[in-house]
Design a protein around this ligand. Structure first.
Ligand SMILES: *Cc1c(COP(=O)(O)O)cnc(C)c1O
Length: 353
């Protein structure tokens, strides 16, 4: 595939202080030669194995194994303390506070805006249409010469739907900055990941996570996939030991349990269909929106009242009433069969009015 993008050079997109930066060099960075048995380089305690040793700062074994599953070279992989770390790092690498700006779809995942505010970067929202789709042209019209990043999320949170593949492609090909495509929920979708097209798009950063389909929200492990030049910039500014040893170990164990994960995905997709079928029949349900994720958005008669009623029953869903286009909407995560049945049973007992 040829390169269709009109991207600025990475040097033009990167903050000058980051281009100039000489990164911190840790003991474990400087030593990565032949097998050694005596480590007296990092001021570690020689007792309390294995937790006494600093972890591999570049997570080499984990990236090697991941690269086989994701069919992408380790040079194209960044690993962080959740996707949230990668989101923060792209601001710090590319956006000059108070000068640069970013554009994003609205509604979407809240962390893009929070990180913009923390980094003092202007955040420009472009409203989705009634079917929760976006227009590449509208996003590009909201951009100017200081727009470094455009954030999109597919399947989107909290709406649950896939964004149109053709429109995502249109955006990547016509934006001169970087497009961040958050695929946290892609495992639950029938649409293929953009990962297989990564090599054709030097301005694309894809985010995925261990927190959803992989069942590992507790270990905090997020993945970013991009050109090796973009990955090098993220590696240069991350904390040296950003992914701890326990996380790396547990992630490796999960990679061996790949079949189990595929089975969870299949079960959750079936459970989503069953839960949706029961949910639409409820007196308090006005409509549910089509979902390609492990949750769905439902418009109900009174989101606030129903949310508090469910809390009283010991059941927590997410009230999205105050989010753009989501008036009176609840976001419901698909649980186990038993949990889903408890939710439906409780809502059948809810009295409207
Ligand atoms: C849950 C979620 C994530 C995951 O974030 P982590 O920091 O990896 O747990 C990322 N993006 C979206 C849109 C999400 O909903």
């Amino acid at each position: 595939m040829s390169n269709h993008t009109i991207m600025k050079t990475l040097q033009e997109l990167t903050r000058p202080n980051i281009c100039r930066l000489k990164p911190y060099s840790s003991a474990r960075d400087e030593y990565n030669g032949a097998a050694a048995s005596v480590f007296l380089d990092a001021n570690e305690n020689p007792y309390n194995l294995p937790h006494n040793r600093y972890p591999d700062p570049m997570q080499r074994e984990l990236k090697e194994k991941l690269s086989k599953i994701k069919k992408i070279t380790p040079d194209n992989i960044f690993l962080g303390n959740g996707s949230d770390e990668a989101i923060d790092l792209v601001y710090r690498a590319f956006c000059e506070p108070r000068i640069d700006n970013v554009v994003a779809i609205d509604p979407t995942y809240g962390m893009y805006q929070v990180c913009a505010e923390i980094n003092d970067v202007e955040y420009r929202k472009v409203l989705l249409d009634e079917s929760f789709q976006f227009s590449a042209n509208q996003l590009l019209e909201a951009a100017d010469e200081h727009t470094k990043l455009i954030f999109i999320c597919s399947p989107n949170n909290p709406t649950g739907n896939d964004l149109l593949h053709s429109e995502i492609e249109n955006l990547i090909q016509n934006f001169e900055g970087l497009v961040i495509l958050d695929e946290a929920y892609n495992d639950f979708s029938e649409t293929p990941s953009f990962l297989e097209k990564l090599n054709a798009y030097p301005n694309l950063i894809i985010l995925q996570t261990f927190s959803k389909a992989w069942g590992c929200a507790a270990i905090r492990l997020g993945m970013a996939f991009a050109s090796s030049d973009i990955i090098s910039i993220l590696n240069k500014i991350k904390y040296p030991y950003n992914v701890n040893e326990l996380t790396q170990k547990q992630a490796l164990e999960m990679l061996h349990r790949y079949n189990e994960i595929e089975n969870w995905i299949k079960m959750l997709k079936e459970a989503r269909e069953e839960l949706e079928t029961e949910f639409v029949k409820l007196a308090c349900c006005i409509k549910i929106f089509p979902s390609d994720a492990n949750f769905f958005l439902a418009r109900v008669t009174d989101a606030g009242k129903i949310y508090h009623f469910l809390v009283g029953e010991g059941i927590i869903v997410r009230n999205r009433n105050s989010v753009s286009l989501c008036g009176n909407c609840l976001r419901v995560t698909v649980g186990t069969k038993v949990e889903n049945e408890k939710l439906i049973k409780a809502l059948k007992a809810f009295k409207i009015g």
